[in-house]
Design a protein. Structure first.
Length: 463
Protein backbone atom coordinates (compact mmCIF):
# COMPACT_ATOMS: atom_id res chain seq x y z
CA UNK A 1 0.00 0.00 0.00
CA UNK A 2 1.23 3.43 -0.90
CA UNK A 3 2.16 5.46 2.12
CA UNK A 4 -0.02 8.48 2.71
CA UNK A 5 1.57 11.68 1.46
CA UNK A 6 2.07 14.34 4.04
CA UNK A 7 -0.57 17.07 3.74
CA UNK A 8 0.56 20.56 2.85
CA UNK A 9 -1.09 21.81 6.03
CA UNK A 10 0.06 18.96 8.32
CA UNK A 11 2.54 20.97 10.44
CA UNK A 12 0.54 20.84 13.66
CA UNK A 13 -0.90 17.38 13.21
CA UNK A 14 0.51 14.27 14.83
CA UNK A 15 -1.86 11.79 13.17
CA UNK A 16 -2.82 11.31 9.52
CA UNK A 17 -6.33 11.87 8.17
CA UNK A 18 -8.69 8.90 8.27
CA UNK A 19 -9.31 7.38 4.86
CA UNK A 20 -13.01 7.90 5.39
CA UNK A 21 -12.42 11.56 6.18
CA UNK A 22 -10.38 11.91 3.01
CA UNK A 23 -13.16 10.44 0.95
CA UNK A 24 -15.71 12.55 2.77
CA UNK A 25 -13.95 15.85 2.38
CA UNK A 26 -12.28 15.60 -1.01
CA UNK A 27 -13.49 17.81 -3.83
CA UNK A 28 -10.92 16.97 -6.49
CA UNK A 29 -13.32 14.48 -8.08
CA UNK A 30 -15.33 17.47 -9.29
CA UNK A 31 -13.32 20.65 -8.74
CA UNK A 32 -10.71 19.39 -11.21
CA UNK A 33 -12.92 21.38 -13.58
CA UNK A 34 -11.43 24.51 -12.02
CA UNK A 35 -7.89 23.47 -13.04
CA UNK A 36 -7.50 26.00 -15.82
CA UNK A 37 -8.98 28.85 -13.78
CA UNK A 38 -6.84 27.86 -10.81
CA UNK A 39 -3.62 27.77 -12.76
CA UNK A 40 -4.36 30.96 -14.68
CA UNK A 41 -5.07 32.68 -11.38
CA UNK A 42 -1.88 31.33 -9.84
CA UNK A 43 0.21 32.50 -12.77
CA UNK A 44 -1.15 36.04 -12.40
CA UNK A 45 -0.54 35.88 -8.64
CA UNK A 46 3.05 34.62 -9.01
CA UNK A 47 3.83 37.28 -11.61
CA UNK A 48 2.52 39.96 -9.28
CA UNK A 49 4.53 38.56 -6.34
CA UNK A 50 7.65 38.74 -8.51
CA UNK A 51 6.97 42.21 -9.82
CA UNK A 52 6.24 43.57 -6.31
CA UNK A 53 9.49 42.05 -4.99
CA UNK A 54 7.65 39.76 -2.57
CA UNK A 55 9.37 36.73 -4.12
CA UNK A 56 12.41 36.79 -6.37
CA UNK A 57 12.05 37.23 -10.12
CA UNK A 58 13.72 33.84 -10.57
CA UNK A 59 11.25 32.05 -8.34
CA UNK A 60 8.38 33.85 -10.01
CA UNK A 61 9.61 32.70 -13.43
CA UNK A 62 10.19 29.13 -12.22
CA UNK A 63 6.70 29.00 -10.77
CA UNK A 64 4.92 30.42 -13.82
CA UNK A 65 6.81 28.14 -16.22
CA UNK A 66 6.04 25.16 -14.01
CA UNK A 67 2.37 26.09 -13.88
CA UNK A 68 2.17 26.49 -17.64
CA UNK A 69 3.62 23.04 -18.21
CA UNK A 70 1.21 21.56 -15.66
CA UNK A 71 -1.75 23.17 -17.43
CA UNK A 72 -0.54 21.81 -20.74
CA UNK A 73 -0.36 18.29 -19.33
CA UNK A 74 -3.78 18.57 -17.74
CA UNK A 75 -5.29 19.73 -21.02
CA UNK A 76 -3.74 16.77 -22.77
CA UNK A 77 -5.29 14.47 -20.19
CA UNK A 78 -1.91 13.34 -18.89
CA UNK A 79 -2.52 14.20 -15.26
CA UNK A 80 -3.88 11.94 -12.55
CA UNK A 81 -5.13 13.85 -9.57
CA UNK A 82 -4.65 12.61 -6.04
CA UNK A 83 -7.72 12.28 -3.81
CA UNK A 84 -5.65 12.49 -0.67
CA UNK A 85 -4.58 15.98 -1.73
CA UNK A 86 -8.18 17.15 -1.20
CA UNK A 87 -8.85 19.65 -3.89
CA UNK A 88 -7.61 21.16 -7.12
CA UNK A 89 -5.64 23.89 -5.36
CA UNK A 90 -3.57 21.41 -3.30
CA UNK A 91 -3.19 19.09 -6.26
CA UNK A 92 -1.75 21.82 -8.44
CA UNK A 93 0.64 22.91 -5.72
CA UNK A 94 1.84 19.34 -5.19
CA UNK A 95 2.33 18.87 -8.92
CA UNK A 96 4.30 22.10 -8.99
CA UNK A 97 6.51 20.93 -6.17
CA UNK A 98 7.22 17.69 -8.02
CA UNK A 99 8.18 19.75 -11.05
CA UNK A 100 10.18 22.69 -9.70
CA UNK A 101 11.01 21.74 -6.13
CA UNK A 102 11.23 24.13 -3.23
CA UNK A 103 10.29 27.33 -5.08
CA UNK A 104 6.77 25.91 -5.38
CA UNK A 105 6.36 26.60 -1.68
CA UNK A 106 6.51 30.35 -2.36
CA UNK A 107 3.43 30.46 -4.59
CA UNK A 108 1.03 30.50 -1.67
CA UNK A 109 2.59 33.66 -0.21
CA UNK A 110 -0.01 36.38 0.43
CA UNK A 111 -3.02 34.26 -0.40
CA UNK A 112 -5.21 31.56 1.04
CA UNK A 113 -7.32 28.85 -0.48
CA UNK A 114 -10.30 30.91 0.58
CA UNK A 115 -9.59 33.84 -1.72
CA UNK A 116 -8.13 31.43 -4.27
CA UNK A 117 -11.27 29.32 -4.63
CA UNK A 118 -13.47 32.43 -4.73
CA UNK A 119 -11.31 33.69 -7.59
CA UNK A 120 -11.34 30.36 -9.43
CA UNK A 121 -15.11 30.07 -9.43
CA UNK A 122 -15.51 33.61 -10.70
CA UNK A 123 -13.06 32.99 -13.52
CA UNK A 124 -14.75 29.72 -14.36
CA UNK A 125 -18.19 31.28 -14.28
CA UNK A 126 -17.15 34.02 -16.68
CA UNK A 127 -16.53 31.29 -19.23
CA UNK A 128 -19.85 29.66 -18.40
CA UNK A 129 -21.74 32.94 -18.90
CA UNK A 130 -20.15 33.33 -22.30
CA UNK A 131 -20.90 29.76 -23.33
CA UNK A 132 -24.50 30.03 -22.15
CA UNK A 133 -25.11 33.33 -23.94
CA UNK A 134 -23.68 31.89 -27.16
CA UNK A 135 -25.94 28.85 -26.91
CA UNK A 136 -28.97 31.02 -26.20
CA UNK A 137 -28.24 33.07 -29.31
CA UNK A 138 -27.92 29.90 -31.39
CA UNK A 139 -31.36 28.79 -30.21
CA UNK A 140 -32.78 32.25 -30.90
CA UNK A 141 -31.47 32.02 -34.45
CA UNK A 142 -33.44 28.82 -34.95
CA UNK A 143 -36.57 30.51 -33.62
CA UNK A 144 -36.13 33.49 -35.94
CA UNK A 145 -35.57 31.16 -38.89
CA UNK A 146 -38.74 29.19 -38.14
CA UNK A 147 -40.75 32.37 -37.58
CA UNK A 148 -39.54 33.80 -40.89
CA UNK A 149 -40.17 30.63 -42.87
CA UNK A 150 -43.67 30.12 -41.49
CA UNK A 151 -44.87 33.70 -41.61
CA UNK A 152 -48.57 33.58 -42.51
CA UNK A 153 -49.38 30.28 -40.77
CA UNK A 154 -52.29 30.82 -38.37
CA UNK A 155 -52.93 28.90 -35.16
CA UNK A 156 -55.31 29.30 -32.27
CA UNK A 157 -53.89 31.50 -29.53
CA UNK A 158 -54.76 30.26 -26.07
CA UNK A 159 -55.61 31.64 -22.66
CA UNK A 160 -56.63 29.19 -19.92
CA UNK A 161 -55.84 26.41 -22.44
CA UNK A 162 -58.98 27.54 -24.29
CA UNK A 163 -59.07 29.00 -27.77
CA UNK A 164 -58.82 32.74 -27.25
CA UNK A 165 -57.94 34.58 -30.47
CA UNK A 166 -56.20 33.42 -33.63
CA UNK A 167 -52.49 34.29 -33.82
CA UNK A 168 -49.65 33.74 -36.25
CA UNK A 169 -47.53 30.70 -35.46
CA UNK A 170 -44.55 33.01 -35.96
CA UNK A 171 -45.88 35.34 -33.28
CA UNK A 172 -46.19 32.46 -30.82
CA UNK A 173 -42.66 31.28 -31.66
CA UNK A 174 -41.22 34.77 -31.33
CA UNK A 175 -42.63 35.02 -27.81
CA UNK A 176 -39.87 32.60 -26.83
CA UNK A 177 -37.25 34.70 -28.62
CA UNK A 178 -37.95 37.61 -26.27
CA UNK A 179 -37.91 35.43 -23.17
CA UNK A 180 -34.48 34.19 -24.20
CA UNK A 181 -33.35 37.73 -24.93
CA UNK A 182 -34.14 38.66 -21.33
CA UNK A 183 -32.29 35.55 -20.15
CA UNK A 184 -29.16 36.70 -21.92
CA UNK A 185 -29.55 40.05 -20.22
CA UNK A 186 -29.81 38.37 -16.83
CA UNK A 187 -26.59 36.40 -17.38
CA UNK A 188 -24.73 39.49 -18.58
CA UNK A 189 -26.05 41.44 -15.64
CA UNK A 190 -24.92 38.91 -13.04
CA UNK A 191 -21.48 38.88 -14.64
CA UNK A 192 -21.28 42.65 -14.29
CA UNK A 193 -21.74 42.30 -10.54
CA UNK A 194 -19.21 39.50 -10.01
CA UNK A 195 -16.53 40.88 -12.31
CA UNK A 196 -14.32 41.82 -9.34
CA UNK A 197 -11.23 40.03 -8.11
CA UNK A 198 -11.37 38.61 -4.57
CA UNK A 199 -7.75 37.40 -4.60
CA UNK A 200 -5.63 39.29 -2.10
CA UNK A 201 -8.25 38.93 0.62
CA UNK A 202 -6.21 36.14 2.20
CA UNK A 203 -7.99 33.81 4.58
CA UNK A 204 -10.41 36.59 5.57
CA UNK A 205 -8.54 39.61 6.91
CA UNK A 206 -6.32 40.67 4.02
CA UNK A 207 -2.55 40.27 3.82
CA UNK A 208 0.50 41.84 5.39
CA UNK A 209 2.41 41.81 2.08
CA UNK A 210 2.58 44.83 -0.27
CA UNK A 211 0.61 43.14 -3.06
CA UNK A 212 -0.82 44.80 -6.16
CA UNK A 213 -4.35 43.45 -6.48
CA UNK A 214 -5.22 45.67 -9.42
CA UNK A 215 -2.35 44.23 -11.42
CA UNK A 216 -3.75 40.72 -10.87
CA UNK A 217 -7.26 41.93 -11.71
CA UNK A 218 -6.05 43.38 -15.00
CA UNK A 219 -4.07 40.24 -15.86
CA UNK A 220 -7.14 38.08 -15.29
CA UNK A 221 -9.52 40.41 -17.10
CA UNK A 222 -11.57 41.52 -14.09
CA UNK A 223 -13.13 44.99 -14.09
CA UNK A 224 -11.71 45.73 -10.64
CA UNK A 225 -11.05 44.36 -7.17
CA UNK A 226 -13.47 43.55 -4.33
CA UNK A 227 -13.69 46.00 -1.45
CA UNK A 228 -13.95 43.87 1.68
CA UNK A 229 -11.82 40.82 2.41
CA UNK A 230 -14.36 39.21 4.75
CA UNK A 231 -17.14 39.55 2.21
CA UNK A 232 -14.81 38.39 -0.57
CA UNK A 233 -14.09 34.97 0.91
CA UNK A 234 -17.65 34.27 2.01
CA UNK A 235 -19.64 35.73 -0.88
CA UNK A 236 -21.37 33.25 -3.17
CA UNK A 237 -24.10 35.66 -4.32
CA UNK A 238 -22.78 35.40 -7.82
CA UNK A 239 -23.46 31.65 -7.89
CA UNK A 240 -26.99 32.22 -6.59
CA UNK A 241 -27.52 34.87 -9.24
CA UNK A 242 -26.19 32.67 -12.00
CA UNK A 243 -28.43 29.83 -10.87
CA UNK A 244 -31.42 32.17 -10.63
CA UNK A 245 -30.80 33.25 -14.22
CA UNK A 246 -30.35 29.58 -15.13
CA UNK A 247 -33.61 28.66 -13.41
CA UNK A 248 -35.58 31.36 -15.21
CA UNK A 249 -34.02 30.24 -18.49
CA UNK A 250 -35.14 26.68 -17.73
CA UNK A 251 -38.64 27.94 -16.93
CA UNK A 252 -38.76 29.33 -20.46
CA UNK A 253 -37.37 26.20 -22.06
CA UNK A 254 -39.78 24.12 -20.05
CA UNK A 255 -42.77 26.18 -21.17
CA UNK A 256 -41.61 25.93 -24.76
CA UNK A 257 -41.21 22.17 -24.28
CA UNK A 258 -44.72 21.89 -22.98
CA UNK A 259 -46.01 23.74 -26.03
CA UNK A 260 -44.13 21.43 -28.38
CA UNK A 261 -45.31 18.33 -26.51
CA UNK A 262 -48.90 19.54 -26.92
CA UNK A 263 -48.49 20.37 -30.60
CA UNK A 264 -46.88 17.01 -31.16
CA UNK A 265 -49.62 15.05 -29.36
CA UNK A 266 -51.93 12.69 -31.24
CA UNK A 267 -54.90 14.97 -30.52
CA UNK A 268 -53.28 18.16 -31.84
CA UNK A 269 -51.00 16.86 -34.56
CA UNK A 270 -49.75 20.36 -35.37
CA UNK A 271 -46.04 19.63 -35.18
CA UNK A 272 -43.91 16.67 -36.15
CA UNK A 273 -40.48 16.17 -34.64
CA UNK A 274 -37.55 14.71 -36.47
CA UNK A 275 -36.52 11.10 -35.79
CA UNK A 276 -33.16 12.42 -34.57
CA UNK A 277 -34.68 13.89 -31.43
CA UNK A 278 -37.44 11.40 -30.70
CA UNK A 279 -37.31 7.93 -29.24
CA UNK A 280 -39.43 4.82 -29.50
CA UNK A 281 -41.10 2.64 -26.93
CA UNK A 282 -39.72 -0.74 -25.92
CA UNK A 283 -43.21 -2.22 -26.03
CA UNK A 284 -45.39 -0.13 -28.36
CA UNK A 285 -44.00 -0.31 -31.88
CA UNK A 286 -46.00 2.68 -33.12
CA UNK A 287 -44.55 5.15 -30.61
CA UNK A 288 -42.39 8.12 -31.43
CA UNK A 289 -42.07 10.18 -28.31
CA UNK A 290 -41.00 13.83 -27.85
CA UNK A 291 -38.36 12.85 -25.29
CA UNK A 292 -36.06 15.78 -25.98
CA UNK A 293 -38.78 18.22 -24.96
CA UNK A 294 -39.85 16.04 -22.03
CA UNK A 295 -36.30 15.78 -20.74
CA UNK A 296 -35.79 19.53 -20.95
CA UNK A 297 -38.98 19.93 -18.95
CA UNK A 298 -37.70 17.34 -16.46
CA UNK A 299 -34.20 18.76 -16.16
CA UNK A 300 -35.71 22.09 -15.20
CA UNK A 301 -36.39 20.54 -11.79
CA UNK A 302 -32.73 19.77 -11.42
CA UNK A 303 -31.62 23.31 -12.12
CA UNK A 304 -34.18 24.70 -9.66
CA UNK A 305 -32.71 22.21 -7.18
CA UNK A 306 -29.26 23.71 -7.70
CA UNK A 307 -30.58 27.18 -6.94
CA UNK A 308 -32.33 26.00 -3.80
CA UNK A 309 -29.15 24.17 -2.72
CA UNK A 310 -27.08 27.31 -3.01
CA UNK A 311 -29.57 29.50 -1.20
CA UNK A 312 -29.91 26.97 1.60
CA UNK A 313 -26.15 26.51 1.80
CA UNK A 314 -25.65 30.19 2.55
CA UNK A 315 -28.65 30.75 4.77
CA UNK A 316 -27.54 31.59 8.28
CA UNK A 317 -23.91 30.78 7.50
CA UNK A 318 -21.67 32.67 9.87
CA UNK A 319 -18.90 34.82 8.40
CA UNK A 320 -16.52 34.26 6.80
CA UNK A 321 -15.38 31.15 4.90
CA UNK A 322 -16.74 27.83 6.16
CA UNK A 323 -16.09 24.48 4.59
CA UNK A 324 -19.81 24.24 3.85
CA UNK A 325 -19.06 26.45 0.89
CA UNK A 326 -17.26 23.62 -0.86
CA UNK A 327 -20.78 22.31 -1.51
CA UNK A 328 -21.34 25.21 -3.93
CA UNK A 329 -19.59 23.45 -6.76
CA UNK A 330 -21.45 20.28 -7.65
CA UNK A 331 -24.85 21.96 -8.09
CA UNK A 332 -23.20 24.76 -10.06
CA UNK A 333 -21.28 22.47 -12.38
CA UNK A 334 -24.31 20.29 -12.86
CA UNK A 335 -26.50 23.28 -13.70
CA UNK A 336 -24.00 24.71 -16.19
CA UNK A 337 -23.79 21.37 -17.99
CA UNK A 338 -27.54 20.91 -17.91
CA UNK A 339 -28.61 24.30 -19.23
CA UNK A 340 -26.12 24.22 -22.05
CA UNK A 341 -27.07 20.73 -23.13
CA UNK A 342 -30.75 21.71 -22.99
CA UNK A 343 -30.07 24.76 -25.16
CA UNK A 344 -28.22 22.66 -27.71
CA UNK A 345 -30.82 19.91 -27.88
CA UNK A 346 -33.57 22.51 -28.21
CA UNK A 347 -31.86 24.10 -31.19
CA UNK A 348 -31.50 20.66 -32.78
CA UNK A 349 -35.15 19.90 -32.09
CA UNK A 350 -36.26 23.13 -33.77
CA UNK A 351 -33.95 22.47 -36.70
CA UNK A 352 -36.03 19.44 -37.65
CA UNK A 353 -39.52 20.44 -36.55
CA UNK A 354 -42.27 20.49 -39.21
CA UNK A 355 -45.69 22.07 -38.81
CA UNK A 356 -49.01 20.81 -40.09
CA UNK A 357 -50.26 24.26 -41.05
CA UNK A 358 -53.65 23.10 -42.39
CA UNK A 359 -54.51 21.46 -39.12
CA UNK A 360 -53.42 24.53 -37.17
CA UNK A 361 -55.35 26.79 -39.49
CA UNK A 362 -58.56 24.80 -39.31
CA UNK A 363 -58.36 24.81 -35.52
CA UNK A 364 -57.74 28.56 -35.45
CA UNK A 365 -61.26 29.84 -36.05
CA UNK A 366 -62.84 27.20 -33.85
CA UNK A 367 -63.93 27.83 -30.27
CA UNK A 368 -65.54 31.19 -31.22
CA UNK A 369 -62.08 32.69 -31.34
CA UNK A 370 -63.21 35.64 -33.47
CA UNK A 371 -65.84 36.81 -30.99
CA UNK A 372 -63.71 39.80 -29.95
CA UNK A 373 -63.52 40.86 -33.59
CA UNK A 374 -67.31 40.98 -33.76
CA UNK A 375 -67.42 43.09 -30.61
CA UNK A 376 -64.76 45.41 -32.09
CA UNK A 377 -66.93 45.78 -35.22
CA UNK A 378 -69.84 46.95 -33.07
CA UNK A 379 -67.61 49.37 -31.16
CA UNK A 380 -66.75 50.94 -34.50
CA UNK A 381 -70.51 51.45 -34.98
CA UNK A 382 -70.39 53.45 -31.77
CA UNK A 383 -71.66 50.73 -29.40
CA UNK A 384 -69.89 50.91 -26.01
CA UNK A 385 -67.53 47.93 -25.67
CA UNK A 386 -69.34 46.46 -22.64
CA UNK A 387 -72.65 46.35 -24.56
CA UNK A 388 -70.97 44.93 -27.64
CA UNK A 389 -69.42 42.27 -25.41
CA UNK A 390 -72.88 41.30 -24.10
CA UNK A 391 -74.47 41.15 -27.58
CA UNK A 392 -71.73 38.95 -28.98
CA UNK A 393 -71.85 36.87 -25.82
CA UNK A 394 -75.48 36.04 -26.47
CA UNK A 395 -74.65 35.19 -30.08
CA UNK A 396 -71.92 32.81 -28.89
CA UNK A 397 -74.40 31.25 -26.46
CA UNK A 398 -76.80 30.67 -29.33
CA UNK A 399 -74.08 29.19 -31.59
CA UNK A 400 -72.86 26.89 -28.83
CA UNK A 401 -76.40 25.63 -28.25
CA UNK A 402 -76.78 25.01 -32.00
CA UNK A 403 -73.45 23.21 -32.13
CA UNK A 404 -72.10 25.71 -34.69
CA UNK A 405 -68.97 27.80 -34.94
CA UNK A 406 -69.34 31.58 -35.47
CA UNK A 407 -68.27 31.31 -39.11
CA UNK A 408 -71.00 28.73 -39.69
CA UNK A 409 -73.81 31.13 -38.73
CA UNK A 410 -75.94 32.75 -41.42
CA UNK A 411 -76.32 36.51 -41.61
CA UNK A 412 -79.96 36.10 -40.51
CA UNK A 413 -78.97 34.16 -37.42
CA UNK A 414 -76.50 36.90 -36.52
CA UNK A 415 -78.91 39.74 -37.16
CA UNK A 416 -81.54 38.09 -34.98
CA UNK A 417 -79.16 38.59 -32.02
CA UNK A 418 -77.33 41.70 -33.18
CA UNK A 419 -79.86 43.96 -34.89
CA UNK A 420 -77.15 46.48 -35.86
CA UNK A 421 -75.32 43.84 -37.92
CA UNK A 422 -74.55 44.59 -41.57
CA UNK A 423 -73.34 42.19 -44.24
CA UNK A 424 -69.66 43.11 -43.79
CA UNK A 425 -69.74 41.71 -40.26
CA UNK A 426 -69.40 38.30 -41.92
CA UNK A 427 -65.89 39.27 -43.02
CA UNK A 428 -64.89 39.54 -39.38
CA UNK A 429 -65.55 35.90 -38.68
CA UNK A 430 -62.46 34.40 -40.29
CA UNK A 431 -59.17 33.76 -38.52
CA UNK A 432 -57.32 35.65 -41.28
CA UNK A 433 -59.28 38.84 -40.83
CA UNK A 434 -58.85 38.60 -37.07
CA UNK A 435 -55.07 38.24 -37.35
CA UNK A 436 -54.70 40.85 -40.10
CA UNK A 437 -56.55 43.44 -38.04
CA UNK A 438 -54.13 43.33 -35.11
CA UNK A 439 -51.71 45.82 -36.56
CA UNK A 440 -50.78 47.73 -33.41
CA UNK A 441 -47.07 47.31 -32.58
CA UNK A 442 -46.42 44.05 -30.78
CA UNK A 443 -49.61 42.50 -32.19
CA UNK A 444 -50.04 39.45 -34.35
CA UNK A 445 -50.72 41.06 -37.76
CA UNK A 446 -48.24 39.76 -40.37
CA UNK A 447 -46.69 43.22 -40.85
CA UNK A 448 -46.13 43.63 -37.10
CA UNK A 449 -44.66 40.16 -36.76
CA UNK A 450 -42.43 40.78 -39.74
CA UNK A 451 -41.12 43.90 -38.06
CA UNK A 452 -40.60 41.90 -34.87
CA UNK A 453 -38.53 39.35 -36.76
CA UNK A 454 -36.47 42.12 -38.41
CA UNK A 455 -35.79 43.72 -35.02
CA UNK A 456 -34.82 40.36 -33.57
CA UNK A 457 -32.40 39.70 -36.42
CA UNK A 458 -30.79 43.08 -35.90
CA UNK A 459 -30.33 42.34 -32.21
CA UNK A 460 -28.62 39.03 -32.99
CA UNK A 461 -26.41 40.60 -35.65
CA UNK A 462 -25.41 43.40 -33.28
CA UNK A 463 -24.04 40.98 -30.66
N1 LIG B 1 -11.92 22.98 -1.56
C1 LIG B 1 -12.24 24.14 -0.82
C2 LIG B 1 -13.57 24.73 -1.32
O1 LIG B 1 -13.95 24.37 -2.35
C3 LIG B 1 -11.19 25.17 -1.00
C4 LIG B 1 -11.07 26.11 0.14
C5 LIG B 1 -10.58 25.40 1.32
N2 LIG B 1 -10.34 26.27 2.40
C6 LIG B 1 -10.19 25.81 3.63
N3 LIG B 1 -10.01 26.67 4.54
N4 LIG B 1 -10.24 24.53 3.93
O2 LIG B 1 -14.20 25.52 -0.66
Amino acid sequence: MQEQKKKLWAGRFSKGTAKLMERFSESISYDYRLAEADITGSIAHAEMLGSCGIISKEDSALITEGLRSILKDIKQGKTEFDESAEDIHMNVELLLRERIGEAAGRLHTARSRNDQVATDIRLFLKGAVKETRTNISALQKEIVRLAGENLGAIMPGFTHTQHAQPVLLSHELMAFFWMLQRDKGRFADCLKRFDYLPLGSGALAGTTFPIDRSMVARALGFAGITENSIDSVSDRDFISEFLAAASILMTHLSRFSEEIIFWNSTEFGWAVLDDEVTTGSSIMPQKKNPDAAELVRGKTARVYGALISLLTLQKGLILSYNRDLQEDKEPLFDAIGTINMCLEIFALMLEGIAFNKEKMRSAAAKGFSTATDLADWLVRKNVPFREAHAMVGSLVGYAAAEGKELYELSFEEIRARIPLAEKDILDKLSAESSVNARTAPGGTAPASVKKQIEDAKKLLEGE
